[in-house]
Design a protein around this ligand. Sequence first.
Ligand code: NAD
Length: 415
Amino acid sequence: MAEQLTPMEMAQSQLKAAAEKLDLDKGVLEMLLEPQRVVIVRIPVKMDNGTTRVFTGYRSQHSDAIGPAKGGVRFHPDVSLDEVMALSFWMTFKCGVVGLPYGGGKGGVAVNPKELSQAELERLSRGYVRALYDVLGSEKDIPAPDVYTNAQIMSWMMDEYSVIRRYTDFGMITGKPIVLGGSKGRSEATARGVVVTTLEAIKKMNMHISDATVAIQGFGNAGSVAANILYNLGAKIVAISDSKGAVYSENGLDPKALEKHKDETGSVVGFLGGRDIAGGELLELPVDILIPAALEKVITEDNAPYIKAKIVAEAANGPTMPKADEILNKNGVLVIPDILCNAGGVTVSYFEWVQNNYGYYWSEDEVNSRLTEKMQDAFFSVWQMSTEYNTDMRTAAYMVAVKRISEAIKLRGWV
Ligand code: NAD
């Protein structure tokens, strides 16, 4: 039977592997295995029809050892305490691996936002900030968009926070529209980071991007931007999927034409520039690079033995189950772990916060070149660690982050 782990158990098992290699102090490990603070709130919202609905909201702050907590707010019916805790946990290590001066946070509301009117959504967003005002702030915990939250919701949250504080505080949240202190390059940042780390991995495998074939699971923000950048660099994108199915062409797909088809029909399925295949088939295609950019837990012990890609670049959070990881490592697949691969998004969120604090805004070129430098440095640190300790890239990424955080915890005198 396939592994049954909660997101929190999955996160903890990844940390324990790194802790063992580093012979980590038991006190530090104890500190990091659970979030430092979890807040659960009830948010009453007056509905348009005059009734009141009460939603449950969460904020988990996993660690503030090296800086304020940082992480998105998710509006989704399946949001749960365990999920929010695990996501905040991953944020600590994601920020740690890139060397951002942040700890991990994450929040959410159990709600189906598609059932709410815009006015109800605004009242819910403002209610979330009112309920959590005391634990949020640019020096405490800085939210951002996540599943089903966007720049408009960030604007309402920033405004509500500013109304309570009696002055405009752009730096309390990131992922805002440009006019309200957002950063240029934020929406493409995750995919850019995925591409930068993939290019570094390609060099290590003595391959060349213009000879590489790529399959991408998911054609949303991360997947579609990554497809376009890789295509423009000369890679051959042979397969792309979305929630309805997948399309394949051994001669390569044109992502721009595919985007147009998806806009017109609602899916990549039926694209005339390729032929339809089953979504699951995409993962097992004979390609050089596989980019899971959709959901968690898609690479399992059942399909891992059939994965033929030389590089798996985890744009999605948590796409690979621990047992699948072991199989991929044994088969010599180079996995660029999520906490490294998709850290471009939080890196440009950090740039947004820096620009807010400075009140001086950078050009898109400046954002992109700083992002490239940070992601290359992070890849290099993880690669070095993996070579030095003869371990896989995921464990090495945790080790890079854990070393930084552990040093901070000890210097602060917590342990
Ligand atoms: P998105 O909602 O824009 O896109 C998700 C895509 O996945 C859609 O094309 C959807 O159709 C597709 N999808 C859903 N179910 C699928 C299935 N069963 N098979 C194939 N495709 C399926 O989301 P996004 O922002 O691109 O995020 C994708 C992943 O990347 C998530 O795991 C997210 O946590 C992670 N991530 C995103 C960012 C970011 O800044 N956008 C940052 C870090 C991590």
